[in-house]
Design a protein around this ligand. Structure first.
Ligand code: NG1
Ligand code: ZN
Length: 541
């Protein structure tokens, strides 16, 4: 380690003293102007992690669905996964070390993790379209190079594309080529092959309106669309040419307001979807003939996908297992439908895709989605083996195995990916000849409401049972239990957010009015028992 150079460069990316940040569920996230030192230091950390794992590490500069003024950074581990937990702690220590302590913390981390500093390091960097992202990604690169690491700057990428690049590079090209061209070709080829097998040949349904949240998704989908245009035509809205990133549009807006995005004209029964700001989330929606808006969220996406995959498995006649992984935010109706109608086992993990991803790896086919539309499907090597052996099978089974092979290629195995999920969904709808209304009609969502409460210190709330029950502060869970009893088909839980300084409240019940009331009452309980600050939560939304 060239300590002199580190000190010199670190001073150019000096930490504002006293600023404390936490590596949360999605890395560091805050106002862009507070992040320069964090970026430099994450460049350093990525180089260390690369030396330790002897693999390529990814760094993505984005704040996803958060406002344009924010930014953030997260590290991507060798197989495209989120950073290992012990390294998340190192990330927090390093980002918060005052200027004079930074070197010591860096040396401590290398010693604790037995990093061979002589080892080469290679880091790939990607960024979203925020005005602050270019400069911040340069600070990451400064950090990598000062530790003697090599880098490749992919420039503008969706978050899942960066995960894909990392995965490709660490699997010797077996997964795919680590270029945008490689990504576009791999996915589009699988999609076009799948679509060819759809029996209804008319292409009147194969057009889709896409709200790109004024983000990176628009740029990348535009680059990609001619690769798959024989199977699907996309019409892009909120492509960044006018509006502000994530402002009144995008998957997070649509999901949390249960409303269509601004800037998109929607006729009844037209199939539409929204990406978030870095294109790792997707939700669908439409207006029915009576002018009612219908949201099709991550839970219904998981249901469509897992039922299709289960059918394929049945056709192939294999005893491979399939499981669906959700979080506490999954609508109760979706869990019930999956378990009772589809007879698919469902598991609940803590919020944050790393938890879902990890659990999904336990199955031959693991489908995971957060209700907000972040998810994918993972396939074990046992599934790939079966496909290889399918040459000997009778024709019907061979066909199903071929479809499964294309589906595997179409899913981004490294991360939830709006573009990849969109193509999977479009292919399944075409293959099954389903309209968006028929898909929506699989089950009816329970009315629900999500709220935020400001408290002095959100860490006073701790939870158990995959975040469905509060352990502290004392009395809070009992209060929630009493409130939930007042309503039918009701459920509520609270948890500290991992990305914002708030406590999140979720409630569902048999009617929207009940869900709204219950959410409000639970918010008041949080405010009273967990140290609420500012104005008391008010009823009405
Ligand atoms: P937090 O802020 O911890 O609730 C949010 C989402 C997560 C996940 C992360 C990362 C909800 C309720 N929470 O986490 O699902 O996507 O952001 O972006 O949607
Ligand atoms: Zn995102």
């Amino acid at each position: 380690m060239d300590l002199g150079a580190i000190t010199k460069y670190s001073a150019l990316h000096a930490k504002p003293s006293g600023l404390i940040l936490q590596y949360g569920t999605a890395g560091f996230r805050t106002k862009a102007e507070h992040l320069d030192h964090v970026m430099f230091r994450m460049g350093l950390l990525a180089a260390l992690r690369s030396k330790q794992t002897k693999s390529t590490i990814g760094v993505m500069v984005t704040a996803s669905h958060n406002p344009e003024e924010d930014n953030g950074v997260k590290l991507v581990d060798p197989l495209g996964e989120m950073l290992a937990p012990s390294w998340e702690e190192h990330a927090t220590c390093l980002a918060n070390a005052e200027e004079q302590d930074m070197q010591r913390v860096l040396i401590d981390i290398s010693e604790k993790e037995a990093v061979n500093l002589q080892q080469d390091a290679f880091v790939v960097v990607g960024r979203d379209t925020r005005p602050s992202s270019e400069k911040l990604s340069q600070s990451v690169i400064d950090g990598v190079t000062v530790l003697g690491g090599q880098f490749h700057d992919y420039g503008l990428l969706t978050t899942p594309q960066l995960h894909y690049m990392v995965y490709c590079r660490n699997t010797g090209g077996r997964y795919g080529k680590a270029t945008l061209e490689g990504y576009y070709q791999k996915l589009s080829k699988a999609f076009v092959e799948l679509i060819k097998q759809a029996s209804c040949s008319g292409d009147e349904y194969r057009s889709l309106k896409v709200d790109c949240a004024n983000g990176i998704g628009a740029l990348k989908l535009r680059e990609m669309e001619h690769y798959f245009s024989q199977g699907l035509s996309v019409q892009l809205f909120n492509d960044g040419s006018k509006g502000k990133l994530n402002h009144l549009c995008g998957a997070d807006f649509v999901k949390s307001h249960q409303k269509p995005p601004h800037g998109m004209e929607i006729k009844s029964n037209e199939r539409c979807c929204s990406f978030d700001g870095d294109a790792d989330r997707i939700v669908y929606y439409y207006y029915d003939a009576d002018g009612h808006f219908h949201l099709i969220d991550g839970d219904k996406i998981a249901t469509l996908i897992s039922s299709f995959l289960k059918e394929l498995l049945v056709e192939i006649g294999e005893s491979l297992n399939i499981g669906v992984v959700q979080t506490a935010y999954a609508n109760g109706s979706s869990t019930q439908y999956l378990e009772e109608v589809m007879k698919v086992p469902v598991y609940c993990t803590k919020t944050g895709v790393k938890h879902l991803h990890h659990k999904a790896q336990e199955f031959d086919i693991g489908v995971y989605f957060e209700a907000n539309g972040h998810g994918t499907a993972l396939f074990s090597t046992a599934v790939e083996m079966k496909i290889k052996q399918s040459e000997q099978l009778e024709e019907k089974k061979r066909k199903a195995a071929k479809m499964l092979e294309n589906i595997i290629d179409l899913f981004n195995q490294a991360a939830g990916d709006a573009i990849s999920d969109m193509l999977v969904i479009e292919a399944i709808l075409a293959l099954k000849g389903l309209t968006v209304q028929q898909w929506d009609a699989l089950y009816t969502d329970l009315p629900n409401r999500q709220l935020k409460v400001q408290v002095a210190d959100r860490r006073v709330i701790s939870t158990t049972n995959a975040e469905r029950q509060a352990v502290t502060p004392p009395g809070l869970q009992e209060a929630i239990n009493d409130l939930v009893k007042k309503y039918k088909l009701s459920r509520a839980f609270v948890r500290p957010s991992g990305t914002e300084d708030v406590v999140r409240v979720y409630a569902e019940a048999d009617s929207q009015e009940s869900a709204d009331h219950l959410a409000h009452e639970v918010s008041l309980a949080v405010f009273q028992l967990a140290g609420g600050i500012g104005e008391r939560p008010q009823p009405g939304f």
